[in-house]
Design a protein around this ligand. Structure first.
Ligand code: UD1
Length: 415
């Protein structure tokens, strides 16, 4: 199994081109199932998760061609509305096929995703919402069986859910009647999915707000191109890495509006970020003080950058707390950071961190995509050579991570 070997101590200088957003492209890939047609998706990151989604679309009957970050997906002959456990268990985002399959076939069988490395991740909001849309949903041998044409409905989520908002948007795009989503997710990835559905022919208002209305597709458009938005989590990971190591790096292909909360938090550390159209320049001395941070739904600080932020805070001056409000158990990286000399105490969903002067290399293990990115950042700041194992987690969500880091001067290699 591949490992990353990271020798700490280098400041980072140069340029990084940010890839397309994993969490935007995955639902868009499933949305191509809604209307039989041929779609060209551009700026697609080459990741394990996009490869898994290609496999899933092929099982459903789509023809997918992939070349140079462009996917051509032909969904005209799809005939198998089933998502098997073997794929869903490796990638929870497979659950995103539920809404599109229902929209097109009025039937779908999708394996119920299990928990994940950091704890349970339920799908009850998806199921409740579909039932409100008059779809019959049952559980049979670990599969969710959904039957019936979705009807437009007023869906109010008790808590914001990216995935449930996405699934309802997609089911609603071919429902009988208008759907209103209240307390919808406002994440850019949901807005981008909404734009894809609008291109298919749906009439959608309120994207990027808590209230979205969807009038289903009447005149289908089934042959078009679509660009994936830049990955704000990848961009944020590099911004935090440069803040931690020190140096000056320009990120290309960013959507700076999506990075407001990160820019603001780095600003509080007096780390400079200069924005120029789709570029952002980060400069850091590598010395900064501790500040508190809490994860929140967009536009708040993303939970997908919490581990990376923790890697930044473990060597900050002073002490700080990180409150994880989205996934209360998402702290598997702490035990690995402790092995490198961090001083962190966890109480419920709050991590108390006291900055240390030095971090030390140690063998550490990845536990999920973002926790792994946190370990890379800590390793870049540690004395000595850190060996990071189980990096298939990183490969699920970061394209060419070791090349992008070595291009800006990090001593990192895959073995
Ligand atoms: C998506 C992202 C993931 C990110 C997360 C939160 C993708 C592919 N994944 O995951 O990277 O960390 O948003 O920003 O885009 N919940 C329920 N019941 C449900 C659904 C969610 O209780 O049916 C809870 C979750 O346990 C969690 C919160 O709602 O506490 C938010 O989860 P959600 O936004 O649904 O996350 P995902 O869409 O799975």
């Amino acid at each position: 199994m591949d490992k990353l070997i990271v020798k700490g101590g280098s400041k980072l200088f140069g340029e990084v081109s940010v890839s397309g957003a994993k969490n935007a492209v995955l639902p868009i890939m499933t949305a191509t199932l809604i209307v039989p047609g041929t779609y060209k998706i551009k700026n697609v990151p080459f990741l394990r998760d996009t490869q898994t989604m290609i496999k899933l679309l092929e099982i459903i009957g789509a023809k997918v061609e992939s070349s140079n970050n462009v996917l051509t997906i032909d969904t005209t002959k799809c005939n198998n509305p089933h998502a098997p456990y073997e794929l869903v268990k490796t990638m929870r985002a497979s659950f995103y096929v539920l809404g599109p399959l229902l929209a097109r076939f009025h039937h779908s069988k999708v394996s119920l995703p299990g928990g994940c490395a950091w704890g349970p991740r339920p799908v009850d909001f998806h199921i409740k919402a579909l039932r409100q849309m008059k779809v019959e949903v049952t559980l049979d041998k670990g599969d969710i069986i959904a039957d019936g044409c979705p009807f437009g409905a007023k869906i109010e989520f008790k808590k914001k859910s990216v995935g449930a908002t996405g699934n309802v948007l997609m089911a609603a795009s071919k429902a009988k009647g208008k759907t209103v989503i209240i307390n919808a997710s406002m994440e850019p990835e949901i807005v981008s999915l909404g734009y894809f559905l609008i291109k298919l022919g749906a009439k959608i208002e309120g994207l990027g707000t808590e209230r979205i209305t969807i009038d289903p597709i009447k005149n289908e458009n089934n042959n078009f191109e679509f660009d994936v938005i830049p990955d704000r989590i990848e961009a944020g990971t590099f911004m935090i890495a440069v803040a931690a190591t020190g140096g000056e790096v320009k990120l290309n292909n960013v959507e700076s509006a999506h990075l407001d909360s990160i820019v603001q938090h780095l600003g509080e550390l007096k780390i400079s970020t200069k924005i120029n159209d789709d570029e952002i320049l980060i400069s850091s001395s590598g010395n900064y003080k501790s500040i508190d941070m809490e994860t929140l739904e967009y536009p708040g600080f993303p939970t997908d950058l919490q581990a990376q932020w923790m890697a930044l805070m473990i060597k900050a001056k002073g002490s700080s707390v990180i409150t994880e409000n989205i996934y209360h158990d998402r702290f598997t990286h702490i035990s690995e950071l402790l092995r490198m000399g961090a001083d962190i105490k966890l109480k419920n969903n709050v991590a108390h961190i006291t900055g240390v002067n030095e971090l030390f290399a140690a063998p550490v293990m990845c536990t999920d995509i973002r926790a792994s990115a946190g370990l890379v950042i800590a390793a870049l700041c540690a004395n000595g050579e850190t060996e990071i194992s189980r990096i298939y987690h990183i490969d699920r969500g970061y394209e060419n991570i070791e090349n992008k880091f070595s291009d800006i001067g990090a001593m990192i290699k895959r073995v």
